[in-house]
Design a protein around this ligand. Sequence first.
Ligand code: HEM
Ligand code: HEM
Length: 166
Amino acid sequence: MPTPAPRAYSRLQIRLHWLVFGLLALQYILHEPITEAFDLVEDGLTPAFSPLVAAHVFGGFLIFALAAARLYIRKERGVPPLPDSDPPLQRMAAHATHYSLYALLIAMPVSGAVAWFRANETAAEAHEVMRVILLALIGLHVAATLYHQFIVKDGLMQRMRKGDPV
Ligand code: HEM
Ligand code: HEM
């Protein structure tokens, strides 16, 4: 018999959600050094070591690992069902947004790594296009959360605040 879905996210799932949020914010805010370094790579030069460039690479790998961990936990433990009040189309949109977010959390580091370690311009272009799509999806996700919180008033925000111990 399949195990029933949990009634809430676990504390670990919530911590990982907010940790990835913080790391992503840093990737966007501190992107300038890697962009400049990559300009040098494109010109066939070798950029000098920069801690902020290393932080972008390491931060991106960390996001990759944490996103993979989140997907694993999601599969093993499950997630609470979407609010009952959501119409079917809205549920589909919520699932599509969540899975697209996970896909981009994996694809961004992969494209970045191919661009950086193989000096690959196509991967760099993909990285640039995806950073815009990721930002748009995050905007949509936040707007949906605020809609639930302040218009539907179903307390959805609580689901990412207080979790079950396991
Ligand atoms: C970096 C930005 C963010 C990313 C990548 C992200 C990603 C995600 C993903 C993938 C889920 C689905 C989790 C799952 O079921 O496996 C989720 C759920 C959720 N997120 Fe975010 N999130 C971000 C920022 C935010 C922010 C800023 C808020 C608050 C305004 C927020 C509030 C929530 C809430 C309340 C849920 C639970 C939704 C539900 O259970 O239906 N997220 N987030
Ligand atoms: C989720 C993880 C990541 C996010 C959100 C992210 C985000 C960004 C952003 C916002 C930019 C600036 C783009 C621009 O200037 O137009 C950028 C550039 C870049 N990132 Fe990332 N990045 C991530 C992971 C990585 C990783 C792991 C690497 C390398 C191992 C990497 C390598 C690069 C390179 C080479 C550029 C310059 C591309 C260019 O100028 O065309 N990124 N990244």
